[in-house]
Design a binder for this molecule. Structure first.
Ligand code: SF4
Length: 214
């Protein structure tokens, strides 16, 4: 059984897949407490679903792209079996993970969108760095949520130290909602010359900032 907050179909709001229709399976719970987290409602509650029940709902949405998210989706052991089952049924599977759980056991057919927590999150010390050695340049993406100059400097150091421009399909730079001026961040990205992609949370521009992250 898995604890599930919600299963729904929407528009993918982030990553290089932004704009694509997508079914989201949002699992409940996260041991992290990022200061700017917009998914706190997933920390508790949720309902217990069997794998079969989740698959029935996903199939009913009839969408080839599925994202498993949270909370922290990989914090529940059964999530790895869910990902495998989705891949076995030929869904294109994205995993949005906070980056502190090992991705080693994630089915290799799934694409991983790996957060790297910056200092302002309050959780940077929990980054599981070996995950960066498993990145595959044809599908995996890394994401830095940047709240200030210190976060940006941290992101630049990590990108260089781990050669992320080469190792990942995309290096995503996402503004922490309401904490950094978008033009300021755009200037930092532009001036850096780095092969990164600034992204906005598309769903919040469509449905408003109260809509939760993906
Ligand atoms: S890892 Fe994600 S869900 Fe967990 S506290 Fe941080 S932002 Fe929120």
């Amino acid at each position: 059984m898995l604890r599930v907050t919600e299963i729904f179909r929407s528009i993918q709001g982030e990553s290089t897949h932004a704009g694509r229709p997508c079914t989201f399976v949002r699992l409940t719970g996260c041991p992290m407490r990022c200061t700017w987290c917009d998914s706190e409602y997933t920390f508790t509650g949720g309902d217990h679903f069997s794998l079969a029940q989740i698959m029935d709902q996903v199939r009913a949405f009839d969408c080839p792209l599925v994202e498993v998210t949270g909370g922290e989706p990989l914090a529940q052991r059964e999530a790895f079996q869910l990902i495998k089952t989705l891949c076995d049924e030929n869904f294109e599977v994205l995993i949005e993970t906070g980056g502190f759980v090992s991705t080693e056991e994630v089915d290799e057919r799934a694409a991983i969108i790996l957060d790297i927590k910056c200092p302002a999150s309050g959780e940077a010390e929990r980054n599981h760095w070996p995950n960066l050695d498993r990145l595959r340049a044809d599908r995996d993406e890394v994401k830095f949520v940047v709240a200030n100059q210190e976060d940006w400097n941290f992101a630049c150091r990590v990108i260089a130290a781990h050669q992320l421009e080469q190792k990942a399909r995309a290096v995503l730079i996402s503004p922490a909602w309401g904490l950094i001026d978008l033009k300021e961040l755009a200037d930092l990205v532009t001036a850096s010359g780095l092969k990164v992609r600034m992204q906005l949370q598309l769903h919040k521009y469509i449905w408003g900032p109260e809509v939760h992250g993906v």
